[in-house]
Design a binder for this molecule. Structure first.
Ligand code: C2E
Ligand code: MG
Ligand code: MG
Length: 245
């Protein structure tokens, strides 16, 4: 299905808005890949990303996602969206490719956007596992102005101080914590601590999985700047996103 989708242009991107919690304004979107199956139904990423990583198909698939996401950002810009950032998930397998930085340069140049418009997300777990292999590439991207985000942060046993050395700009707090707020005081304390530490290190914070007004209020009080979640907007087609811009 992955090969077929690549061949027949059935790689579909949905976009989920990221917003400033205080002002409720959209500041960017995250591109989330789906495959359109032969029956026309969309297959969610948790059913194929791991397989794509194991087979190496994540390299062409991830490239397709990156290129289309950059082009879509340019389309929204032309339509008058104003400043807007594009976040794209990348797998270590992509970062290991010798030409990954050039692939990014090309995608940015072809779409006519800037490196600084792009934020690449890599999960904390994968950064920890593949640190030695990805460090140099992350630095090279960062030097070009690309922002680096650590996805699903808080469950992978890394330290923010260490991530700072990798020139990480954004920490995305894992949505597992949000699911326990406000019932679980322990989750609230951990999130409060992550926010304080990330801020002290000069990093930007995005909370994932915000579904309720109570969670949003907690984050506002705790000083978390940015958020993403079903409570604000679900991932959706590019055309539907224009409404939020
Ligand atoms: P992620 O990068 O952490 O993306 C956020 C996921 O959380 C998305 O699921 C999104 O729909 C979901 N989500 C957002 N807000 C809420 C909420 O309020 N509540 C709940 N319950 N869920 C929420 P999705 O689209 O199924 O993506 C799942 C994962 O697949 C992503 O997690 C990411 O790790 C991976 N993925 C998606 N697209 C790509 C891609 O292009 N490349 C790679 N390497 N991985 C991707
Ligand atoms: Mg992500
Ligand atoms: Mg995440």
């Amino acid at each position: 299905e992955i090969e077929q989708a690549l061949k027949h242009n059935r790689v579909v991107l949905h976009y989920q808005p990221q917003y400033a919690i205080e002002t409720q304004r959209v500041i960017g979107v995250e591109a989330l890949v789906r495959l359109q199956g032969t029956d026309g139904k969309l297959i969610p990423p948790n059913q194929f990303i791991e397989l794509a990583e194991d087979t190496g198909l994540i390299v062409p698939l991830g490239r397709r996602v990156l290129e289309e996401a950059c082009r879509q950002l340019a389309r929204w810009r032309r339509a008058g969206s104003g400043p807007l950032r594009m976040a794209v998930n990348v797998s270590p397998r992509q970062l290991f490719e010798a030409d990954f930085v050039e692939v990014v340069d090309q995608a940015v140049a072809d779409a006519g956007i800037e490196h600084a418009d792009l934020e690449l997300e890599i999960t904390e777990r994968q950064v920890v596992e593949h640190l030695a292999g990805v460090e140099q590439t992350l630095r090279a991207l960062s030097a070009r102005g690309v922002r680096i985000a650590i996805d699903d942060f808080g469950t992978g046993y890394s330290s923010l101080a260490y991530l700072m050395q990798l020139s990480v700009h954004t920490v995305k707090i894992d949505r597992a914590f949000m699911a326990e707020i406000p019932e679980e005081p322990r989750a609230e304390r951990i999130v409060t601590a992550i926010i304080a530490m990330a801020k002290a290190l000069g990093m930007t914070l995005t909370a994932e999985g915000i579904e309720t007004p109570a969670q949003q209020q907690f984050l506002l009080d705790a000083g978390c700047q940015f958020g993403q979640g079903f409570g604000f907007a679900r991932p959706q087609e590019a055309e539907a996103i224009m409404h939020y811009l």
